[in-house]
Design a protein around this ligand. Structure first.
Ligand code: HH2
Length: 274
């Protein structure tokens, strides 16, 4: 899809959209180092599009629990050339960052969606989306610091907490002029295994807010723990189960490393439910 087609599908249809993951990092939990160079990152992204991704999500900072933050300059150096080269081919690109300066540069380079795992907390981040008129993802994490987020899993009711957080952050962003806000429960971000399961089981409570919902369970640790699969790349089937349950419960977008498998599953899903 090109950016216009992506935005039209997001706002004007009920289609489930598939976001392919492109980590331009040396240390991402499942594919760190594989697509760290410009050429390999672009080639990988184009392969994901060929396999059926509707949009590719380019990130330059790992947010796995305990990951070291990278400096702004380094994050810019990693992602901007990749975004520019991909956007030049006409592909819809999203920028996965917690930093407004990176979002700004990436959107200027052609990204059509801002994916902020810190939930659009930063007014500067919201301002980037407003200035450029692009939609944004607000993802829940309990604190804006991946190094300590797993120490903040003490919710009375995780679903009630996440829904209230995303309701408030989406409302603020929309009031300031962000055109569309996609909300994401942030599986694995400051959540226990049981809390991740509850968020998927009760996803309808988040869907009821009326914003498009994105779910990103791809290869995550809770799947590995529950299935006993140590290697992240061996967790494709478990990921598909979580994502299809999410789609059944109303998710409009899924974020995945294994795009071909997801395209096949979503195609069958559409035949079964339409
Ligand atoms: N998960 C990751 C990164 N970005 N964005 C959204 N909206 N939702 C998610 O669940 C999400 C996300 C973590 O996965 P990955 O990018 O594969 O790993 P790393 O952060 O180690 O690069």
């Amino acid at each position: 899809m090109n950016p216009d087609q992506f935005l039209a599908a997001l706002t004007g249809s009920h289609e489930v959209l598939l976001m392919g993951v492109v980590n331009v990092t040396p240390d991402s939990f499942s594919d760190g180092g594989l697509y760290y160079e410009l050429d390999t990152a672009v080639a990988h992204a184009l392969r994901l599009v060929h396999e059926g991704a509707d949009i590719v999500d380019v990130g330059g900072e790992s947010t796995r629990p305990g990951a070291e933050p990278v400096g702004l300059e380094e994050e810019l150096r990693r992602v901007v050339p990749v975004v520019r080269d991909l956007a030049a081919t006409g592909v819809a690109v999203s920028i996965d960052t917690r930093h407004a300066a990176v979002a700004e540069a990436a959107v200027a380079a052609g990204a059509c969606l801002v994916n902020d795992v810190s939930g659009l907390r930063d007014p500067q981040m919201r301002a980037v989306a407003v200035r450029h008129g692009v939609p944004a993802v607000a993802m829940h994490m309990p604190v804006d610091d991946p190094t300590v987020m797993q120490q903040h899993t003490d919710y009375d009711d995780v679903v009630v907490h996440v829904v209230a957080f995303l309701r408030d952050h989406a409302a603020l962003a929309l009031a300031e002029g962000v055109p569309t806000v996609i909300v994401d429960p942030g599986l694995g971000f400051g959540k226990t295994i049981e809390q991740n399961i509850q968020l998927v089981r009760r996803l309808e409570e988040l869907v009821a807010l009326g914003h498009p919902v994105l779910v990103g369970a791809s290869r995550k640790r809770f799947i590995g723990v529950l299935t006993g699969v140590e290697q992240p790349e061996g967790r494709v089937a478990g990921t598909l189960a979580v994502h299809l349950a999410s789609v059944q419960n109303g998710a409009r977008l899924v974020r995945a490393h294994d795009v071909a498998a997801h395209r096949q599953a979503l195609t069958m899903w559409r035949h079964l439910v339409s």
